[in-house]
Design a protein around this ligand. Structure first.
Ligand SMILES: C[S@@+](CC[C@H](N)C(=O)[O-])C[C@H]1O[C@@H](n2cnc3c(N)ncnc32)[C@H](O)[C@@H]1O
Length: 341
């Protein structure tokens, strides 16, 4: 009987149907399923739906909020209140002094992907880091501009955003485009070396001190940054996150975390990323330029957080990068939220 039931349950889960009825009514099974078994199945399914209901509701709410935030930004662009966010393909402003080049195919300052990713991250900050409109926010590796743009829609005049990146060009554009309308949004370049992003950087990340005093920020964000940094550099940055966070300050950092589930999925071929190349303390996609994509063992990440008195707020929100088909969270990379103790 157990064997006969398994395919029905799997069919129902795989197709994500809320009810088992269609599977039960399949002629192949009808003969074998007694009404008692059918009732148990219905009970199991009800329980499953009850357990999943809050997760589905939360996802729906998040999607709704993200759509609204994106809609608001687009409306503001269309209203021309943010028309400087539109740029001619050559990067020149579309109008005003110095406007040159064709204006027929304007592009957004932040790519739609970066914008969408930013809006999603801000939703996570609100939900998991208790982000408030008057918070002081630090974003390290803010290059893409997505979260900063999304935050212009959320932080009020008492709030503050500081963005830091090692690439000069995105910082200059963000200064010209975002800080212009939002003086409480500031951006600066860190002259730090990274094999993939800034080969001429003067300082090593493993020795870099963030240019902010101790206990300054309520929330620190790093989206897809430690996925491009080596262990000694990540370790230093975690220490710095601890230093510049206010007591009780929250951080949200994305990773490629290697644990038994992720390794199993990689082994089974389900993951697009393989992290085949082993280095001292990490794995990478690319042998020659490891900084293209770096993954860390979960134990290592946890040990570093403990060392720097950043208390991980469980659960780690495991993402879908390695082919998790039933990932509960919508994020692609794994997200670690922590509180400074
Ligand atoms: C994949 S991009 C992510 C950009 C942005 N956070 C986002 O989610 O769209 C990685 C960013 O990290 C920055 N980065 C790399 N190493 C860094 C370091 N040591 N310090 C600060 N930023 C760094 C890069 O310049 C780049 O902008």
């Amino acid at each position: 009987m157990t064997l006969a039931l398994r395919p029905m349950l799997r069919m129902s889960y795989a197709s994500n149907r809320p009810s088992l009825t269609p599977a039960c009514s399949a002629p192949t099974f009808l003969g074998r399923v007694t009404s008692g078994v059918r009732q148990s199945l219905v009970r199991i399914d009800k329980r499953r739906r009850k357990l999943l209901a809050p997760i589905r509701a939360r996802r729906q709410r998040q999607r709704q909020e993200q759509k609204q935030a994106l809609g608001r930004l687009i409306r503001r662009v269309v209203d021309r209140r943010l028309d400087h966010l539109l740029q001619a393909p050559n990067g020149a402003p579309l109008r005003g002094a110095g406007a040159v080049g064709p204006t027929t195919q304007p592009t957004l300052y932040a790519s739609p992907k970066a914008l969408n990713g930013g809006i999603r991250l801000v939703t996570h900050l609100r939900e998991w880091c208790d982000l408030r409109p008057d918070d002081d926010v630090l974003e390290i590796g803010c290059g893409g501009g997505g979260p900063a743009l999304a935050l212009t829609d959320y932080l009020n005049g008492d709030g503050r955003y500081e963005g830091l990146d090692i690439m000069t060009e995105p910082i200059q554009r963000a200064q010209a485009i975002i800080s212009k309308d939002h003086p409480n949004f500031r951006f600066q370049v860190a002259d730090v070396y990274n094999e993939n992003y800034n080969r001429h950087g003067k300082f090593q990340a493993s020795e870099y001190r963030f240019p902010f005093p101790d206990d300054t920020f309520d929330v620190v964000l790093l989206g897809s940054v430690f996925t491009h940094m080596r262990p000694a550099d990540v370790d230093r940055y975690l220490a710095e996150i601890g230093r510049v966070s206010k007591p009780g300050g929250r951080s949200l950092v994305t990773y490629f975390v290697l644990n038994s589930e992720a390794l199993g999925l990689i082994e089974s071929g389900a993951s697009a990323k393989k992290f085949t190349h082993r280095f001292d303390g990490f794995r990478a996609e690319d042998k020659d330029i490891p900084e293209c994509a770096i993954a860390y063992d979960e134990e290592w990440v946890r040990a570093r957080y403990a060392e720097h008195r950043l208390e991980i707020q469980e659960p780690v929100r495991y993402g879908r990068w390695c082919g998790r088909s039933r990932a509960i969270y919508p994020n692609r990379q794994d997200i670690v939220v922590a509180v400074k103790r």
